[in-house]
Design a protein around this ligand. Structure first.
Ligand code: SIN
Length: 329
């Protein structure tokens, strides 16, 4: 048959949300409507899919509650689809709230051999002008005919790279953005217009793509949970005691959302240095909405080895995966 099938995996989110009335776009319940019903709302979906569509309801969660069992199910389903010679691509329906984290997870762990396209909505499926059907149609277009392998997020007519995409607004339809990078492509009338050359979008160390082997992935999937990593914010009046409490409770790693160019309040910094002496991993990112920390000189200063070139929510996932790959003493 040869790559004729599109696999569509449903995980819940607002795209599958139901409200009491059509005019309600907040206060609804996410993850209520089946992925098959979402497809039924897109009249020419089969044409856009260029072949057979196979759906699987993997979960029905509000993505604020995303957990390791759902991520494991997603990783397994994607791996199966990537290995299946009859499958052309995968589309995943997902909530917007942690979409950037799931996209980063899949980007980090799966080989970029076929398109894996996540999509979402800001309005529930029952809304007067629901954005889900158009986003789903666009995602299917990118998956079936977009022509590029790797993990993409499609929303609001834009295609974003997993390494860059962030949710930037709690309500508006254009809630997903790639900040300075901008979208990688636009979807217009069922066609994809790429804006950038076909090159991998990967940040620099210490969070480069893991390119994990199949046995290492299966070891990871056998874990009951990922190592515990928290994000702490440095700010005016920051204190040491929050960090000390995390260390006492057994945290394995901390990503600091630092001020400006990843700087840290001196009170908190003292606690982080104590934590590092006890073996807790510490990475520094920035809490700025745009941009990434900039290393001085050529970036070879060992004191800057903990600077992280990712938004902190993604950096946290990267640290969990890196810790999971480490033998524990
Ligand atoms: C969710 O993330 O599941 C709820 C919010 C949304 O999808 O916009």
């Amino acid at each position: 048959m040869g790559q004729s099938k599109l696999v569509i995996l449903g995980t819940g989110g607002t795209i599958a949300g139901r409200a009491d009335s059509q005019s309600q776009a907040v206060g609804y319940k996410a993850g209520q409507i089946t992925v098959q019903s979402l497809l039924d709302a897109v009249p020419d979906l089969e044409q856009q899919a260029l072949g057979l569509v196979q759906t699987q309801q993997l979960a029905q969660v509000d993505s604020k509650d995303m957990d390791w069992p759902v991520w494991r199910a997603l990783l397994r389903a994607c791996t199966q689809a990537l290995e299946d010679a009859d499958t052309r691509a995968v589309v995943i329906t997902h909530g917007t709230d942690t979409l950037e984290e799931t996209a980063w997870l899949l980007h980090s762990l799966l080989p970029a051999t076929k398109p894996i396209v996540l999509t979402c909505a800001m309005r529930p499926a029952t809304a007067l002008l629901a954005d889900g059907p158009q986003n789903l149609r666009d995602a299917v277009t990118v998956a079936a005919s977009g022509g590029r392998s790797g993990v993409w997020v499609v929303a609001g007519g834009e295609v974003h790279a997993a390494a860059q995409v962030q949710k930037v607004h709690p309500y508006r339809l254009q809630a997903m953005r790639s900040m300075e990078g901008g979208p990688q492509a636009l979807v217009e009338e069922g066609r994809v217009r790429w804006l950038v050359p076909d090159a991998p979008v990967t940040p620099v160390a210490p969070v480069a793509r893991m390119a994990i082997s199949a046995p290492a992935l299966s070891d990871l999937l056998a874990l009951d949970e990922l190592p515990w990593v928290e994000v702490v914010f440095s700010s005016a009046l920051a204190r040491a005691c929050g960090v000390d409490a995390l260390v006492a409770a057994g945290v394995r790693g901390i990503v600091v959302a630092g001020t400006g160019n990843a700087t840290i309040h001196e009170s908190m910094e003292a606690a982080l240095l104590r934590a590092r002496d006890k073996g807790v991993w510490i990475w520094r990112g920035t809490r700025c909405a745009e941009g990434l920390p900039v290393a001085s000189g050529l970036g070879t200063d060992p004191a800057e080895a903990d600077l992280v070139q990712l938004p902190v929510a993604k950096a946290r996932i990267a640290m969990m995966l890196a810790l999971a790959a480490q033998p524990r003493d």
